[in-house]
Design a protein around this ligand. Structure first.
Ligand SMILES: Cc1cc2nc3c(=O)[nH]c(=O)nc-3n(C[C@H](O)[C@H](O)[C@H](O)COP(=O)(O)OP(=O)(O)OC[C@H]3O[C@@H](n4cnc5c(N)ncnc54)[C@H](O)[C@@H]3O)c2cc1C
Length: 802
């Protein structure tokens, strides 16, 4: 065993070996993996080995596609068999919502190049004859679905990694991690100490314990999971004897997945009475054993399965596999550099190792070697959870996720487990005003305010929801008078020190404003991808406030700390500063009524003011596209500030508005939003953010941005008015130009002020000409849409700048 290495991967499950292989594939050979027992000794050995591309997140789906296509390559390279069966799979829909979801997924697959298809009950019976299609509306067929041999696949990855120079050490347990001052690690094992530059936590079932050795919390939890393998079933035997194979069948109504196994079937369940496993920690002596059979737990699911797949009722059970595997609170993996740590990487919480393991390995290797993954991986970035997350939050969320493994994911859905958790001083006041809550990065955020007998729960839907009327009312309140909502859900940083301006000039691509002014700026990666769209406020030359996405704060923090310099202090003040934004034609009157300080701020000015009794920072800017101000204060002062603004605002028709109204208002002025129009998948030149770049300075990503300026990218962001019916664009719907898919939507919605359905999307640059007519697929219908060139409200910005 070598005692120094560039990278030490802890854990020889399918994820660890994939990371190891991808590191060698991308050029690092001084890498090693340490495994406590044999390869596959965690969850991996007892997996059912199924794989599929379907995932609500488009980038996750793409990485799953990558994983599945990798297996043939591994087999060819190593000569080892992964035991591949590309039998295809169908996901069933027995109600309108489930069908809507499948149709929406199929639409996304069009521009992703995935050859899925929507099929009807008759076709389902033909392709998957053991299925009773009574009550089935249709299904989504994916020819890429299939299954493999978990052990063969893990060993194929391992052999490929060894061929690339990696060392794999078995029967060696990591017992302690100690970081040296230079950021490298002393990794203590029961066979001696290894000095590693980087450590990767791929410890699967023991990832919580390994993270704790490094002094961090890995937000994941193991769940028990059970599948059954039957004896021979005559119908399956017949198919095999005729040279065929039965496809997978996923039945969301029955919480089950089914596939052929030998001459019988294998069926697994995501049962409602599910059970977390090893709540207080995974025992080190847990190894190649299974949990005791538990038929009671899956009784209802089995009964349902008998109706859906009647052959099962007569089949004998050959074996029961009951074992644990881990989930993060949202079911996606936890990948990337762990925020607040140097050289400590996460590759855990991988719930579907055989669908996702390849993509996780590739992403992590790109991140370590190239400094960034080559696509937006926010959905699985370990930094999507902040230091607010605790085991007490993770566990109920993981249970919720397990129970919903096959449920419909609606675009407007707010999941209830472990909530409310983090609230501001406004929570009970807003509650009394009828707030219907959403949830962002652990924080409660009002989506809208219900009045009278309006529903206080927004029914999840793919179509316009029952928040529609309330949202329209709030939009009108802003545009006709003045509206108010909280600024608690902005990520906020304070950057201070003698080198603060110089540092910001390097980190941000845009202009850093003068004292008393605000500027909007993109933040770029080395490869010129968008890492953030920031508002920078200059309080004085050594003190700046940054605001951006609340949900991205740990990602931004990680980037800032990675690039920190002497003479610069960076503080995450997201939860230390709160307040309100007021917006609408009467916003200035309202502010003036609450302060004796001068309120003649120009657009993008800022000033310290006493508003009511509270010491506030007031900024003349608003995401609503209207005359507006952001008023920041200490959370302890927030209620007093609210009381003052309310008293003064009452005669002006002041009304609270929520995130649904905010997202409608921003459409009117063609404002893009973070993780919709702006994300690491896109560049400034593609999204119109290049206009904020200050070219005559040095900044991270400049070379890439200049290259794009000289040779403009192939696609560009465009805005469309859609002839929609009762559903608007959400994201990733395909855009047809001349009958061919040539683009996709980044976001959209209904502009309540103008009564138009709006879509934003990326299309070929040469096509983006005035008068362009396109079609956008919404829930299976091709809706005509026209390119818009000017904002549909306040096109000249007169009102916003007034
Ligand atoms: C019943 C069941 C069915 C499943 N079916 C499927 C399926 O059909 N398709 C699918 O994609 N997924 C399936 N899964 C999930 C799949 O098993 C996991 O996603 C996958 O195995 C996770 O792999 P991993 O490498 O992250 O973790 P693990 O397999 O748990 O590997 C972690 C490894 O790290 C080692 N280790 C831990 N701590 C240390 C230490 N301190 N020192 C050294 N070594 C250490 C362990 O010994 C272990 O080998 C199923 C899971 C279960 C339980």
């Amino acid at each position: 065993m070598k005692t120094t290495t560039q990278v030490l991967v802890i854990g020889g499950g399918v994820v660890g070996v994939s990371v190891l292989y991808h590191l060698t594939k991308l050029g690092w050979s001084d890498v090693m993996l340490v495994e406590r027992s044999e390869l596959t000794s965690g969850s991996t050995w007892h997996a059912a080995g199924g794989f599929h591309t379907l995932n609500g997140d488009t980038n996750m789906a793409a990485l799953q596609g990558y994983t599945i296509k990798l297996y043939r390559e591994l087999e060819e390279m190593t000569g080892l068999s992964c035991g591949l069966h590309h039998v295809g799979g169908v996901t069933l829909a027995d109600n309108r919502d489930r069908f809507d979801m499948l149709v929406a997924e199929r639409a996304k697959h069009r521009y992703m190049g995935l050859e899925t298809e929507i099929i009807g009950p008759e076709e389902i019976s033909k392709r998957a004859p053991v299925t009773n299609t009574d009550g089935i509306i249709g299904g989504l067929y994916d020819p890429l679905d299939g299954h493999l041999d978990p052990s063969g696949t893990t060993h194929a990855y391992a052999k490929a990694a060894r061929m690339g120079g990696a060392e794999i050490v078995l029967h060696t347990r990591v017992t302690a991690l100690d970081q040296r001052a230079d950021g490298t690690w002393d990794v203590t094992t029961d066979k001696g100490v290894i000095h590693a530059e980087h450590v990767v936590n791929a410890a699967g079932l023991w990832a919580r314990e390994v993270a704790a050795m490094a002094g961090v919390y890995a937000p994941l939890h193991p769940m028990e999971h059970q599948y059954l393998v039957t004896e021979e079933i005559p119908q399956i035997a017949e198919i095999i004897d005729a040279g065929g194979e039965h496809p997978h069948v996923m039945d969301p109504a029955g919480e089950s997945y089914l596939r052929q196994e030998g001459r019988g079937l294998c069926i697994g369940f995501y049962e409602q009475p599910c059970r977390p496993w090893a709540v207080d920690g995974t025992p080190w002596d847990f190894g190649h054993e299974l949990l005791p059979d538990d038929f009671d737990k899956i009784g209802d699911s089995v009964e349902f399965a008998y109706r859906r797949f009647p052959v099962l009722e007569r089949a004998g059970v050959k074996s029961v596999i009951h074992g644990p595997f881990t989930f993060a609170p949202d079911g996606n993996p936890l990948v990337g550099p762990v925020p607040g740590m140097r050289n400590f990487w996460s590759a855990c919480g991988v719930m579907a190792g055989f669908s996702q393991g390849g993509g996780v390995g590739l992403t992590l290797a790109q991140w370590m070697i190239d400094g960034e993954p080559d696509r937006d991986v926010t959905a699985m970035d370990v930094a999507r959870y902040g230091d607010w997350i605790t085991p007490g939050y993770t566990r109920p969320k993981v249970i919720e996720n397990y129970q919903r493994r096959f449920s419909v994911s609606y675009p407007n859905e707010e999941l209830p487990a472990a909530r409310p958790y983090r609230t501001t001083p406004m929570h009970d006041i807003f509650e009394e005003l009828g707030a219907v809550w959403g949830h962002q990065y652990g924080l409660e955020v009002p989506n809208y305010f219900a009045q009278g007998d309006e529903p206080t729960f927004e029914t999840p839907s793919f179509r316009r929801s029952d928040a529609f009327a309330a949202t329209g009312r709030e939009v009108r309140a802003v545009r006709e008078g003045v509206g108010i909502n909280e600024v608690h859900n902005f990520g906020k940083f304070r950057v201070t020190g003698p080198r603060a301006r110089a540092w910001l000039d390097r980190i941000m691509a845009g202009r850093i404003p003068k004292r008393g002014r605000i500027a909007l700026t993109p933040m770029l990666s080395e490869k010129g991808r968008l890492l953030g769209d920031f508002t920078v406020s200059c309080l004085d030359d050594t003190c700046f406030q940054l605001t951006a996405s609340y949900g991205a704060q740990a990602q931004h923090w990680r980037w800032f700390i990675h690039h920190q310099e002497p003479g610069v202090t960076i503080e995450n003040i997201s939860d230390k500063l709160t307040g309100f934004q007021i917006a609408g034609p009467r916003a200035r009157d309202l502010l003036a009524a609450c302060t004796r300080d001068a309120t003649d701020l120009r657009f993008l000015d800022l000033a310290q003011m006493t508003v009511g009794q509270a010491a506030c920072l007031v900024q003349r800017v608003s995401f609503t596209g209207d005359l507006g101000y952001e008023i920041y204060c200490d959370p302890m002062d927030q209620r007093a500030l609210w009381t003052r603004l309310c008293e003064a605002g009452q005669p002006m028709g002041l009304a609270p508005f929520g995130m649904r109204a905010m997202m409608s208002l921003r459409l009117d002025r063609f404002f893009g939003a973070w993780m919709r129009e702006f994300s690491p998948d896109y560049t400034p030149a593609e999204t119109g953010m290049a206009r904020f770049i200050k070219w005559d300075k040095d900044f991270i990503g400049k070379a890439a941005a200049e290259a794009e300026r000289d040779t403009p990218p192939a696609r560009t962001l465009a805005v469309f008015e859609v002839d929609a019916d009762d559903a608007d664009v959400v994201a990733y719907e395909p855009i047809f130009i001349d009958g061919r898919v040539q683009g996709f939507c980044t976001s959209g919605g209904y502009s309540h002020w103008t009564g138009k359905s709006i879509a934003y999307g990326l299309i070929p640059r040469e096509q983006a000409t005035p008068g362009l007519e396109v079609e956008i697929e919404i829930l299976g219908d091709l809706r005509p849409a026209r390119l818009l060139t000017d904002p549909i409200f306040d096109a000249t910005g007169e009102r916003m700048r007034a």
